[in-house]
Design a protein around this ligand. Structure first.
Ligand SMILES: Cc1cc2nc3c(=O)[nH]c(=O)nc-3n(C[C@H](O)[C@H](O)[C@H](O)COP(=O)(O)OP(=O)(O)OC[C@H]3O[C@@H](n4cnc5c(N)ncnc54)[C@H](O)[C@@H]3O)c2cc1C
Length: 402
């Protein structure tokens, strides 16, 4: 009997659960450990998912597969709430419009539906976090202790760490925090708000260092008079998230807010390595850093890596080789994202580049970054922009007083 423990039941963990249990393989038992009573509560997310038929033109073939596989999982398990055909990029006080195919989902509904379909087949549901992992190299199994003394210790053949970011499994495993001083991540706040003058088929992204230093704010209309809104702020520059939420509401004429939830978004690339114990411990979704660093999108990648972890268990094959191309793509985008940071954190630098290089060009660059484009011309643009941003980061020369 193969024993599997899934730690965390967000979209990533539930994708693993669904795939393992759907296979109806009798020789597999699945335990799940989840800290929330109901995994679909307190969801903090923009809930925006790109339309694969639109985005596929810009991304490599293997990322197209990620989009298609996760799109199938989403549409099989929940309804689409709203569809978008355009994106408006507001950079400081200017607006630029582009085509963008995407849709909005109800993520908590997706999680609830998958959980309700499969939870009855779980061997054990543990409602307390993991406390300790001890790998037995000879047997190839891992002994796991849980925080509550009432939960008996378990012995597992595979562990799927799907406990989001920053993964506590990672901390137990390495005895250190993943976030170092230079680790690129955003502190985010997400909430629902009423909208007035915005188009319902349009995504709004706001790049404004005074509002969301180091990140951006978003407004994703839900198709009625509400929108999913939020902002992500670099921790080094973040003032107070509640204050910045109020600024967003005032500046963009968005109505009273509800359900403000905070969460950290990893943008530094994948956790290396993302498998341990010869592939017996796998990090999926946010726990493995599988988030597109240039847009903050992680729903597709969480579902995909969750499904691939299940496939690796069922086939007894390697998880690393299944997600390697995706990981390489994410890590490459992280390299492009980092040098551009000074433009997102300093209004003077952004204004100066927009004046010198043209606002439209900067907007186009931001657009291609949002798409995660891998077209050679766009990559060249990212590299040049990175250099320009770096130059601006250097201290200004002293004024000549003569
Ligand atoms: C504000 C915000 C907005 C976003 N907007 C978008 C968007 O519009 N589109 C998009 O594609 N992506 C978006 N993302 C990213 C996306 O939400 C995540 O990448 C994705 O949900 C990750 O799923 P996950 O299952 O890996 O992790 P999570 O959703 O974080 O799930 C982890 C689960 O593990 C459980 N858990 C945590 N610790 C433990 C523990 N010790 N033991 C057991 N269980 C534990 C938690 O309760 C949780 O249920 C956004 C992220 C943020 C923060």
């Amino acid at each position: 009997m193969t024993r599997v423990l899934i730690i965390g039941l967000g979209v990533a963990g539930l994708a693993t659960l669904a795939q393992l249990l759907e296979s109806k393989t009798r020789s597999i038992t699945v335990d799940a450990c989840e800290v929330k009573d109901e995994p679909w509560t307190f969801i903090s997310c923009g809930e925006l998912v790109p339309d694969p038929s639109f985005l596929s033109r810009y991304v490599p073939k293997h990322v197209k597969e990620v989009l298609e596989v996760s799109h199938k999982f989403i549409t099989e398990n929940t309804k689409i709430v709203n569809r978008f055909s355009r994106i408006v990029l507001r950079i400081l006080d200017r607006e630029y419009e582009f085509r963008f195919g995407a849709y909005l989902i109800d993520k908590s509904r997706l999680i609830r539906n998958v959980y309700e379909r499969f939870s009855a087949y779980l061997n054990r549901r543990i409602k307390t976090p993991v406390m300790h992992l001890l790998h037995n190299c000879e047997k190839g199994t891992t002994r796991v202790c849980f925080h509550s003394p009432s939960e008996p210790t378990g012995e597992y053949d595979y562990i799927v760490a799907a406990d989001g970011f920053e993964s506590s499994v990672y901390m137990y495993e390495h005895r250190k925090f993943l976030i170092r001083r230079d680790y690129l991540h955003l502190n985010c706040a997400a909430f629902r708000a009423r909208i007035r003058d915005l188009h319902r088929d349009t995504i709004y992204i706001i790049v404004d260092p005074s509002l969301a230093p180091g990140g951006y704010a978003w407004i994703f209309p839900r198709g009625d008079d509400e929108a999913n809104c939020g902002l992500g702020v670099h921790p080094r520059y973040g003032l107070s998230l509640p204050l910045q939420v109020e600024n967003l509401l005032k500046k963009y004429n968005v109505g009273p807010r509800r359900n403000v939830v905070g969460k950290v978004l990893p943008l530094d690339g994948t956790v290396k390595p993302y498998t341990f114990f010869h592939g017996k411990l796998m990090y999926v979704g946010d726990a493995g850093g599988f988030v597109i660093p240039t847009s903050g999108a992680g729903i597709n990648t969480a579902i995909y890596t969750g499904l691939k972890a299940a496939e690796a268990v069922l086939e007894g094959s390697s998880f690393s080789s299944k997600v390697k191309l995706l990981a390489d793509y994410i890590d490459k985008l992280a390299e492009f994202r980092k040098p551009i940071d000074p433009l997102l954190t300093r209004e003077d630098a952004l204004r100066s580049v927009m004046r010198r290089v043209s606002g439209r060009l900067i907007a186009l660059l931001a657009y291609y970054l949002m798409l995660g484009s891998s077209k050679p011309l766009h990559r060249l643009m990212f590299m040049i922009a990175g250099k320009v941003a770096r130059v601006r980061e250097e201290p200004e020369p002293e004024a000549d007083l003569q």
